[in-house]
Design a protein around this ligand. Structure first.
Ligand SMILES: Cc1cc2nc3c(=O)[nH]c(=O)nc-3n(C[C@H](O)[C@H](O)[C@H](O)COP(=O)(O)OP(=O)(O)OC[C@H]3O[C@@H](n4cnc5c(N)ncnc54)[C@H](O)[C@@H]3O)c2cc1C
Length: 461
């Protein structure tokens, strides 16, 4: 029996039968129904991951790798006939090398843990996402996470210098280089970035760090519509070298966020009040940053690109402004069900597209609210479609909503899988997303690395 083989090779500290495992391992952020796998494995070393994969591969047992289970496409949900490999015990203190500007991390380190370790040495890791307290570096690599700073610092792909992964048959591929420039043929680490656990288990990485800025200024701005918001972004980027954050919230989202958090620093009274931007600039000293921002904002007011604004005056206010943007973490609590989307749009025409999709959805389902928010800097927007009364949306209505939004975005030349990936949720859309040649080549690669098809079967494609 597979369970016995795993237990005798790795011991009870690593292997728990599925029905005895902590329930946290039985779901991920998006799957509410728990699935009990054969076993939950919590290896503490690369060798233990390798031994586990060797056994699963020899027996053709499916493997689902879990990081922090914050993924939003169901990629880390267990399979009843498979095992879960959780990396949460591989979370040793990150090794920060400030001179080399690198961090060596085990895959189970959370983003918050890395941020803290880097900050202690005056450094920062440039990819920041809302699930920072739980998501792990291995999960972020496997989903090629993006987040708030991507328009300036890139996504995970641009910030991973070296990587270690265990292949499905148990071989270890170690390419833990710390160089930005290292042209030695195929860049194999890139295969595992964004692979969503289909090509192996990421066990470690060397990440790129930057010196941490010593000052930042945060503001909320109100702007009439998306066209104006994009003009504000352009002006801020042109006039302020340190623009590091530019997030956007549509009125329905802002109303939800201020209600959910219980504070409203920039009151928004109706849907016509316009969009709210959260911006941040950073640099060496606060006073010049503040002065520069105030000057630019005055010009933006004069040009009627913004109609209201508030610059945070205290750490508490900074936290409040951020809490509004990150109120999306409360959406599953606030609404019984939600159809959620993660799209990248071309700036040109996006205002009309969003208005059209929102109007179409409201026409078909008058009870629904469309909560649009996201990363204006790179036009990666999120949409949560919810029942305004807090009720459950019927599955056939969810299907109709998906059809309206996804076909609208694809027709407009956008991406329907911007930063959260494919997982289970979007696997059936792959033929609409990739060409037949891209799918065939991806399947060939997957079959070469995982001939028995044990890694995250049914996910991605
Ligand atoms: C409140 C909230 C805010 C979010 N904000 C953002 C955001 O701004 N930007 C963004 O990009 N995402 C965001 N996300 C989505 C999610 O946090 C990211 O996709 C994150 O990178 C997932 O990391 P994780 O460790 O939780 O991975 P998991 O959810 O555990 O796994 C995700 C996928 O990666 C695979 N995987 C996990 N670890 C490994 C490993 N070590 N080796 C191989 N495969 C592995 C899993 O099998 C699965 O397919 C957000 C989610 C929430 C809940």
């Amino acid at each position: 029996m597979t369970l016995d083989a795993l237990l005798s090779a790795l011991g009870p500290q690593v292997v728990q039968p599925g029905d005895a495992a902590n329930r946290a391992y039985l779901t991920d952020w998006t799957t509410r129904e728990p699935v009990v796998p054969l076993a939950v494995l919590r290896p503490g070393s690369v060798q233990e991951v390798a031994r586990a994969l060797e056994i699963c591969s020899a027996r053709g047992v499916p493997v689902v790798t879990q990081g922090g289970r914050t993924g939003l496409v169901g990629g880390a949900a267990p399979l009843a006939e498979g095992v879960v490999i959780s990396l949460d015990r591989m979370a040793a203190e990150p090794e920060i090398d400030a001179a080399a500007r690198t961090a060596r991390v085990e895959a189970g380190v959370t983003l918050a843990q890395l941020q803290e370790a880097a900050a202690a040495k005056g450094m920062m890791f440039p990819v920041d996402i809302g699930s920072r307290g739980s998501c792990q570096i291995g999960g972020m690599i496997s989903t090629n996470a993006g987040g708030m700073r991507a328009f300036r610092e890139g996504v995970m792909r641009h910030n991973v210098l070296g990587l270690e992964a265990v292949l499905p048959d148990g071989r270890v591929m170690s390419a833990m280089n710390g160089f930005l420039k290292n042209n030695t043929g195929y860049d194999l680490k890139q295969l595992f970035i964004g692979a969503e656990g289909t090509l192996g288990v990421v066990t470690g990485a060397v990440l790129r760090l930057r010196p941490a800025p010593s000052a930042r200024v945060t503001a909320l701005l109100r702007t009439p519509d998306l066209k104006h918001a994009l003009a504000v972004l352009e002006a801020l980027e042109t006039h302020l070298a340190g623009l590091s954050i530019c997030e956007v919230m549509w009125p329905d989202y802002y109303s939800f966020a201020s209600g959910f958090r219980g504070f409203d620093p920039l009151p928004c009274n109706s849907r016509d009040d316009g969009l709210t931007l959260l911006i941040e600039i950073e640099g060496a000293e606060e006073a010049p940053l503040r002065k520069g921002l105030q000057e630019v904002l005055e010009q933006l007011f004069e040009k009627e690109l913004i109609t209201d604004g508030a610059i945070a005056q205290s750490l508490r206010q900074i936290e409040e402004f951020w809490a509004l943007r990150e109120a999306n973490e409360g959406l599953p609590q606030a609404f019984a069900s939600m159809a959620s989307f993660d799209v990248s749009l071309l700036a040109e025409g996006s205002d009309d597209l969003i208005m059209h999709l929102t109007a179409t959805l409201r026409q078909v389902f008058p009870r629904l609210h469309c909560l649009w928010f996201g990363h204006l800097g790179d036009m990666n927007l999120h949409l949560g479609v919810v029942d305004a009364g807090g009720g459950r949306i019927a599955p056939e209505d969810v299907a109709r909503i998906k059809e309206i939004v996804l076909s609208g975005v694809l027709e407009a030349g956008g991406s329907i899988a911007a930063e959260h990936g494919i997982g289970m949720a979007k696997a059936s859309y792959m033929p609409q997303i990739l060409s037949a040649e891209e799918i065939a080549l991806s399947q060939t690669l997957r079959a070469v690395l995982d001939p028995k098809g044990i890694m995250n079967p049914g996910r991605l494609f």
